[in-house]
Ligand binder design. Structure first.
Ligand code: ASP
Length: 337
Protein backbone atom coordinates (compact mmCIF):
# COMPACT_ATOMS: atom_id res chain seq x y z
CA UNK A 1 0.00 0.00 0.00
CA UNK A 2 1.47 3.40 -0.96
CA UNK A 3 1.60 6.31 1.51
CA UNK A 4 -1.19 7.92 -0.53
CA UNK A 5 -3.50 4.98 0.13
CA UNK A 6 -2.80 5.00 3.84
CA UNK A 7 -6.04 4.58 5.80
CA UNK A 8 -6.45 7.25 8.49
CA UNK A 9 -7.03 6.06 12.03
CA UNK A 10 -9.80 8.08 13.64
CA UNK A 11 -11.04 7.90 17.20
CA UNK A 12 -14.68 8.91 17.67
CA UNK A 13 -15.27 9.94 21.28
CA UNK A 14 -18.90 9.57 22.30
CA UNK A 15 -20.09 12.20 24.74
CA UNK A 16 -23.87 11.88 24.41
CA UNK A 17 -26.27 14.44 22.99
CA UNK A 18 -29.14 14.18 20.52
CA UNK A 19 -26.88 12.56 17.95
CA UNK A 20 -26.97 9.22 19.81
CA UNK A 21 -30.24 9.74 21.73
CA UNK A 22 -33.50 7.82 21.38
CA UNK A 23 -37.08 8.96 21.83
CA UNK A 24 -38.72 7.60 24.97
CA UNK A 25 -42.09 6.18 23.94
CA UNK A 26 -43.92 7.02 27.18
CA UNK A 27 -42.81 10.65 27.59
CA UNK A 28 -41.98 11.53 23.99
CA UNK A 29 -38.74 13.09 25.25
CA UNK A 30 -35.32 12.51 23.75
CA UNK A 31 -33.18 10.60 26.23
CA UNK A 32 -29.61 9.26 26.25
CA UNK A 33 -28.94 5.65 25.38
CA UNK A 34 -29.87 5.27 21.74
CA UNK A 35 -27.77 4.39 18.78
CA UNK A 36 -24.28 4.00 20.24
CA UNK A 37 -24.10 0.28 19.50
CA UNK A 38 -25.54 0.55 16.01
CA UNK A 39 -23.70 3.72 15.01
CA UNK A 40 -21.37 2.04 12.54
CA UNK A 41 -24.29 0.17 11.01
CA UNK A 42 -26.25 3.42 10.49
CA UNK A 43 -23.26 5.00 8.75
CA UNK A 44 -21.46 2.19 6.92
CA UNK A 45 -19.51 4.76 4.86
CA UNK A 46 -17.56 5.68 8.02
CA UNK A 47 -15.45 2.57 7.66
CA UNK A 48 -14.77 3.43 4.00
CA UNK A 49 -13.42 6.84 5.07
CA UNK A 50 -11.16 5.69 7.91
CA UNK A 51 -10.35 2.97 10.36
CA UNK A 52 -12.66 3.87 13.25
CA UNK A 53 -12.39 3.24 16.98
CA UNK A 54 -15.30 4.27 19.22
CA UNK A 55 -14.52 5.50 22.72
CA UNK A 56 -17.24 6.05 25.33
CA UNK A 57 -16.77 9.15 27.47
CA UNK A 58 -20.25 9.89 28.85
CA UNK A 59 -23.78 9.41 27.58
CA UNK A 60 -25.69 12.47 28.77
CA UNK A 61 -27.76 15.39 27.59
CA UNK A 62 -25.16 18.12 27.20
CA UNK A 63 -27.04 20.39 29.58
CA UNK A 64 -25.58 17.98 32.17
CA UNK A 65 -22.04 18.41 30.84
CA UNK A 66 -19.60 19.76 33.46
CA UNK A 67 -16.09 21.25 33.25
CA UNK A 68 -14.80 17.95 34.69
CA UNK A 69 -16.21 16.22 31.57
CA UNK A 70 -14.28 18.67 29.35
CA UNK A 71 -11.09 17.70 31.13
CA UNK A 72 -11.92 13.99 30.69
CA UNK A 73 -12.39 14.48 26.93
CA UNK A 74 -9.15 16.48 26.61
CA UNK A 75 -7.26 13.87 28.59
CA UNK A 76 -8.68 10.96 26.56
CA UNK A 77 -7.50 12.65 23.35
CA UNK A 78 -4.11 13.58 24.80
CA UNK A 79 -3.45 9.99 25.90
CA UNK A 80 -4.22 8.68 22.39
CA UNK A 81 -2.41 11.27 20.27
CA UNK A 82 0.17 8.71 19.13
CA UNK A 83 -2.45 6.13 18.19
CA UNK A 84 -4.70 8.15 15.87
CA UNK A 85 -4.46 10.58 12.96
CA UNK A 86 -7.48 12.57 14.08
CA UNK A 87 -10.31 12.75 16.59
CA UNK A 88 -14.05 13.34 16.35
CA UNK A 89 -16.10 14.21 19.43
CA UNK A 90 -19.84 13.46 19.15
CA UNK A 91 -21.57 15.80 21.59
CA UNK A 92 -24.91 17.40 22.43
CA UNK A 93 -25.49 20.69 20.67
CA UNK A 94 -26.73 22.67 23.69
CA UNK A 95 -23.31 23.15 25.24
CA UNK A 96 -21.12 21.95 22.36
CA UNK A 97 -19.47 25.34 21.84
CA UNK A 98 -18.48 25.53 25.54
CA UNK A 99 -16.87 22.07 25.38
CA UNK A 100 -15.19 22.83 22.05
CA UNK A 101 -13.81 26.16 23.37
CA UNK A 102 -12.59 24.49 26.56
CA UNK A 103 -10.81 21.77 24.56
CA UNK A 104 -8.90 24.45 22.65
CA UNK A 105 -7.51 25.83 25.92
CA UNK A 106 -6.94 22.48 27.66
CA UNK A 107 -5.26 20.68 24.78
CA UNK A 108 -2.46 22.70 23.20
CA UNK A 109 -0.37 21.83 20.16
CA UNK A 110 -2.11 18.50 19.65
CA UNK A 111 -0.79 18.70 16.08
CA UNK A 112 -3.83 16.81 14.76
CA UNK A 113 -7.45 17.57 13.88
CA UNK A 114 -9.99 17.41 16.70
CA UNK A 115 -13.47 17.87 15.23
CA UNK A 116 -16.47 18.30 17.53
CA UNK A 117 -19.90 17.60 16.06
CA UNK A 118 -23.47 16.78 17.00
CA UNK A 119 -26.90 16.90 15.42
CA UNK A 120 -30.31 18.47 15.76
CA UNK A 121 -32.09 15.16 15.07
CA UNK A 122 -31.00 11.75 16.43
CA UNK A 123 -29.19 9.30 14.20
CA UNK A 124 -31.95 6.76 14.88
CA UNK A 125 -34.65 9.03 13.42
CA UNK A 126 -34.04 8.25 9.82
CA UNK A 127 -36.40 10.89 8.40
CA UNK A 128 -34.51 14.12 7.99
CA UNK A 129 -31.69 13.42 10.42
CA UNK A 130 -28.59 15.57 10.13
CA UNK A 131 -26.64 13.13 12.32
CA UNK A 132 -25.39 10.94 9.47
CA UNK A 133 -23.87 13.72 7.44
CA UNK A 134 -22.45 15.59 10.41
CA UNK A 135 -20.66 12.55 11.80
CA UNK A 136 -19.51 11.34 8.40
CA UNK A 137 -18.20 14.73 7.24
CA UNK A 138 -16.63 15.52 10.63
CA UNK A 139 -14.71 12.26 10.15
CA UNK A 140 -13.76 13.21 6.59
CA UNK A 141 -12.29 16.49 7.92
CA UNK A 142 -10.55 14.69 10.81
CA UNK A 143 -8.60 12.74 8.16
CA UNK A 144 -7.19 15.93 6.61
CA UNK A 145 -3.98 17.75 7.36
CA UNK A 146 -4.71 20.48 9.88
CA UNK A 147 -4.09 21.02 13.58
CA UNK A 148 -7.00 22.78 15.27
CA UNK A 149 -9.88 22.03 17.56
CA UNK A 150 -12.78 22.63 15.19
CA UNK A 151 -16.55 22.24 15.05
CA UNK A 152 -18.25 20.67 12.03
CA UNK A 153 -21.96 21.34 11.60
CA UNK A 154 -24.22 21.52 8.55
CA UNK A 155 -21.59 22.00 5.91
CA UNK A 156 -19.21 24.25 7.84
CA UNK A 157 -15.94 23.60 9.59
CA UNK A 158 -15.40 26.37 12.17
CA UNK A 159 -12.71 27.19 14.69
CA UNK A 160 -13.96 25.71 17.99
CA UNK A 161 -13.48 28.79 20.15
CA UNK A 162 -15.07 31.09 17.56
CA UNK A 163 -18.46 29.48 17.14
CA UNK A 164 -21.77 29.76 18.90
CA UNK A 165 -25.06 27.89 18.64
CA UNK A 166 -27.38 30.48 17.18
CA UNK A 167 -30.27 28.39 15.89
CA UNK A 168 -32.51 25.90 17.63
CA UNK A 169 -34.14 25.18 14.27
CA UNK A 170 -31.65 25.18 11.42
CA UNK A 171 -29.37 22.33 10.45
CA UNK A 172 -26.70 25.02 10.19
CA UNK A 173 -27.04 25.57 13.94
CA UNK A 174 -23.65 27.22 14.56
CA UNK A 175 -22.07 30.41 13.35
CA UNK A 176 -18.59 31.80 13.62
CA UNK A 177 -19.39 35.51 13.60
CA UNK A 178 -15.94 37.02 13.95
CA UNK A 179 -13.75 34.56 12.10
CA UNK A 180 -14.15 32.98 8.66
CA UNK A 181 -14.92 29.28 8.35
CA UNK A 182 -11.96 26.92 8.42
CA UNK A 183 -13.47 24.81 5.70
CA UNK A 184 -16.59 23.67 3.91
CA UNK A 185 -18.07 20.40 2.74
CA UNK A 186 -19.46 20.49 -0.75
CA UNK A 187 -18.61 18.24 -3.65
CA UNK A 188 -15.41 17.63 -1.73
CA UNK A 189 -14.03 18.81 1.63
CA UNK A 190 -12.31 22.19 1.29
CA UNK A 191 -9.89 23.54 3.88
CA UNK A 192 -9.06 27.23 3.88
CA UNK A 193 -5.39 28.32 3.93
CA UNK A 194 -5.73 30.03 7.35
CA UNK A 195 -6.47 26.67 8.97
CA UNK A 196 -3.58 26.01 11.39
CA UNK A 197 -1.08 23.27 10.55
CA UNK A 198 1.05 21.33 12.99
CA UNK A 199 4.14 23.23 14.09
CA UNK A 200 5.68 20.05 15.46
CA UNK A 201 5.62 21.34 19.05
CA UNK A 202 5.21 18.97 21.97
CA UNK A 203 1.53 18.55 22.88
CA UNK A 204 0.44 19.86 26.27
CA UNK A 205 -2.52 19.04 28.46
CA UNK A 206 -3.95 21.35 31.12
CA UNK A 207 -6.28 19.64 33.54
CA UNK A 208 -7.24 22.40 35.95
CA UNK A 209 -10.13 24.81 35.49
CA UNK A 210 -11.64 27.27 37.97
CA UNK A 211 -15.37 26.57 37.82
CA UNK A 212 -16.50 29.51 39.94
CA UNK A 213 -16.94 32.04 37.17
CA UNK A 214 -20.11 33.92 36.40
CA UNK A 215 -21.57 35.69 33.37
CA UNK A 216 -23.51 38.90 34.00
CA UNK A 217 -25.27 40.44 31.00
CA UNK A 218 -25.98 44.09 31.82
CA UNK A 219 -29.63 45.12 31.40
CA UNK A 220 -30.74 48.72 31.90
CA UNK A 221 -31.19 49.34 35.62
CA UNK A 222 -29.04 46.40 36.86
CA UNK A 223 -27.24 47.53 40.03
CA UNK A 224 -23.58 46.42 40.34
CA UNK A 225 -24.02 45.47 44.02
CA UNK A 226 -25.41 42.18 42.70
CA UNK A 227 -21.94 41.39 41.36
CA UNK A 228 -20.37 42.15 44.74
CA UNK A 229 -22.77 39.77 46.47
CA UNK A 230 -21.87 37.03 43.97
CA UNK A 231 -18.19 37.61 44.73
CA UNK A 232 -18.99 37.36 48.44
CA UNK A 233 -20.52 33.94 47.70
CA UNK A 234 -17.26 32.68 46.16
CA UNK A 235 -17.26 33.69 42.50
CA UNK A 236 -13.61 34.02 41.43
CA UNK A 237 -14.01 35.80 38.11
CA UNK A 238 -16.69 37.55 36.05
CA UNK A 239 -17.52 37.88 32.40
CA UNK A 240 -19.51 41.10 32.40
CA UNK A 241 -21.39 41.66 29.16
CA UNK A 242 -21.74 45.33 28.43
CA UNK A 243 -23.90 47.01 25.83
CA UNK A 244 -22.63 48.15 22.43
CA UNK A 245 -18.83 48.03 22.50
CA UNK A 246 -18.84 46.75 26.11
CA UNK A 247 -20.18 49.80 27.89
CA UNK A 248 -21.52 49.65 31.45
CA UNK A 249 -23.16 52.66 33.08
CA UNK A 250 -21.53 55.30 35.19
CA UNK A 251 -24.81 56.36 36.85
CA UNK A 252 -24.27 53.25 38.96
CA UNK A 253 -20.85 52.65 40.56
CA UNK A 254 -19.67 50.00 38.06
CA UNK A 255 -16.13 51.44 37.90
CA UNK A 256 -15.84 51.38 41.72
CA UNK A 257 -17.17 47.81 41.87
CA UNK A 258 -14.75 46.67 39.14
CA UNK A 259 -11.84 48.33 41.00
CA UNK A 260 -12.91 46.76 44.32
CA UNK A 261 -13.13 43.29 42.78
CA UNK A 262 -9.74 43.65 41.14
CA UNK A 263 -8.25 44.66 44.50
CA UNK A 264 -9.70 41.42 45.90
CA UNK A 265 -7.99 39.41 43.10
CA UNK A 266 -11.23 38.90 41.13
CA UNK A 267 -10.93 39.78 37.43
CA UNK A 268 -13.80 41.27 35.43
CA UNK A 269 -13.68 40.50 31.71
CA UNK A 270 -15.79 43.09 29.94
CA UNK A 271 -17.14 41.89 26.60
CA UNK A 272 -19.86 43.05 24.27
CA UNK A 273 -23.32 41.52 24.16
CA UNK A 274 -23.18 41.84 20.37
CA UNK A 275 -22.15 38.74 18.43
CA UNK A 276 -20.49 40.57 15.56
CA UNK A 277 -17.49 42.70 16.52
CA UNK A 278 -16.38 42.97 20.12
CA UNK A 279 -15.60 45.27 22.99
CA UNK A 280 -13.84 48.55 22.40
CA UNK A 281 -13.51 50.16 25.80
CA UNK A 282 -11.81 53.28 24.44
CA UNK A 283 -14.78 54.32 22.31
CA UNK A 284 -17.03 55.92 24.97
CA UNK A 285 -16.58 57.65 28.31
CA UNK A 286 -18.48 54.81 30.03
CA UNK A 287 -16.17 52.12 28.60
CA UNK A 288 -13.09 54.20 29.42
CA UNK A 289 -14.21 54.53 33.05
CA UNK A 290 -14.59 50.72 33.33
CA UNK A 291 -11.18 50.15 31.70
CA UNK A 292 -9.51 52.73 33.97
CA UNK A 293 -11.00 50.89 36.95
CA UNK A 294 -9.32 47.66 35.83
CA UNK A 295 -11.85 45.91 33.60
CA UNK A 296 -10.12 43.55 31.16
CA UNK A 297 -11.33 43.83 27.57
CA UNK A 298 -12.98 40.72 26.18
CA UNK A 299 -12.13 41.97 22.66
CA UNK A 300 -14.07 39.85 20.16
CA UNK A 301 -14.20 36.66 22.25
CA UNK A 302 -17.43 34.70 22.13
CA UNK A 303 -19.17 34.23 25.48
CA UNK A 304 -18.06 30.59 25.43
CA UNK A 305 -14.43 31.46 24.71
CA UNK A 306 -14.40 34.22 27.36
CA UNK A 307 -15.82 31.86 30.02
CA UNK A 308 -13.53 28.92 29.26
CA UNK A 309 -10.42 31.11 28.83
CA UNK A 310 -11.19 32.70 32.21
CA UNK A 311 -11.69 29.27 33.83
CA UNK A 312 -8.34 28.18 32.38
CA UNK A 313 -6.50 31.40 33.27
CA UNK A 314 -7.78 31.53 36.87
CA UNK A 315 -6.64 27.96 37.49
CA UNK A 316 -3.27 28.26 35.76
CA UNK A 317 -2.04 31.83 36.24
CA UNK A 318 -1.08 33.66 39.41
CA UNK A 319 -3.14 36.81 40.11
CA UNK A 320 -5.27 39.27 38.12
CA UNK A 321 -2.32 40.86 36.29
CA UNK A 322 -1.31 37.45 34.93
CA UNK A 323 -4.92 36.75 33.90
CA UNK A 324 -5.01 40.14 32.14
CA UNK A 325 -1.79 39.29 30.31
CA UNK A 326 -3.35 36.08 28.94
CA UNK A 327 -6.46 37.98 27.82
CA UNK A 328 -4.15 40.28 25.86
CA UNK A 329 -2.82 37.27 23.94
CA UNK A 330 -4.22 35.07 21.22
CA UNK A 331 -3.45 31.67 22.71
CA UNK A 332 -5.59 29.29 20.68
CA UNK A 333 -6.86 31.36 17.76
CA UNK A 334 -9.76 32.61 19.89
CA UNK A 335 -9.35 36.34 19.46
CA UNK A 336 -8.48 38.88 16.76
CA UNK A 337 -5.61 40.99 18.04
N1 ASP B 1 -30.26 18.48 24.59
C1 ASP B 1 -29.39 17.96 23.57
C2 ASP B 1 -27.97 18.01 24.11
O1 ASP B 1 -27.37 19.05 24.13
C3 ASP B 1 -29.49 18.76 22.34
C4 ASP B 1 -28.68 18.30 21.17
O2 ASP B 1 -27.76 17.51 21.25
O3 ASP B 1 -28.99 18.78 20.05
O4 ASP B 1 -27.46 17.02 24.54
Amino acid sequence: MSAKDKVSRICILLAGGTITMRRDVASGALVPGGSRDVLLRYIPELSEVASIDLLDIVDIDSSNMLPSNWVAIAQAIYERLDDFDGFVVAHGTDTLSFTASALSFLLRDAGKPVVVTGSQVPLGETTGTDARNNLLFATVFACLDFAEVAVFFGSDLMRANRCTKYSQFDFHAYRSFNFPQLGRMGLYPRLEPWCAKSEGKAPMLYSRLEENVFVVPYIPGLQPELIVSLADQGIKGFVLEGVGPGNVPTVFPYPEVIRGLRDRGIPVILRSQCQVGGSDLAMYETGQAAAAAGAISGLDLTREAAVTKLMWALANCEGVDAVEEEFGKNIAGEVSI
